[in-house]
Design a protein around this ligand. Structure first.
Ligand code: M6P
Ligand code: ZN
Length: 184
């Protein structure tokens, strides 16, 4: 017998909010990202991003989804970004759909390969299993995107907190600059 009943929620394609909300909004401040940015947070209480979840059982048979609203800003030279994670179950994949703003999706494998893909309204990014992923807001407006991923994927933040990503995305004089991470 099916475990779940069908449901429907309305996604605001500009704001990334769900009506009705399906689960508790997760808020991440500069303080929550201490150790992920190179510099210490100058304004610890400042909002960096919110994740609006559509919770379902964390099982391989389900599909989790959420929207992320990443504010514009910087800590040191680094643009506001998500913590980034590998999936705890490494081979689980994910799809992003850009809704608003201008962003970069930084991806990395455990053996140190990396890619930087654009996130924009209407763009669909495929995150294959085995690739850690972090989104970065390189624009002046909130970056909004929708994400869907295998239900039992889980989040491994510890590996990123320890090693970081191979590259940093920083504010340059003529826009975003991708540089090698000296601490990777
Ligand atoms: C996307 C998805 C979520 C993730 C969120 C914020 O919505 O990938 O699974 O939680 O971005 O990213 P992070 O968990 O790395 O802070
Ligand atoms: Zn993920």
């Amino acid at each position: 017998d099916p475990k779940l009943d069908p449901f429907t929620t309305l996604l605001d394609l500009k704001l990334g909010t769900f009506d009705p909300e399906r689960g508790p909004v997760q808020v991440r401040t500069q303080e929550d990202l201490r150790g992920f940015f190179q510099a210490d947070p100058p304004r610890p209480d400042e909002l960096v991003y919110r994740v609006m979840p559509v919770p379902v059982p964390t099982e391989n048979s389900e599909i989790q989804c959420s929207t992320t609203v990443l504010e514009p800003g910087t800590v040191g030279d680094e643009y506001y970004m998500t913590k980034g994670h590998f999936h705890a179950v490494r081979d689980r994949s994910e799809i992003y759909i850009g809704l608003a703003g201008e962003g970069c999706l930084v991806l990395a494998t455990e053996d140190g390969r990396h890619r930087v893909e654009p996130i924009r309204e209407g763009m669909v990014n495929y995150v294959p299993g085995g690739w850690a992923h972090r989104s970065v807001n390189v624009g002046d407006e909130p970056l909004v995107f929708f994400a869907a991923y295998v239900g039992d994927a889980g989040h491994d933040y510890a590996t990123i907190e320890r090693d970081g990503f191979p590259v940093l995305v920083c504010r340059g004089d003529d826009g975003p600059v991708v540089t090698d991470n000296p601490h990777y």
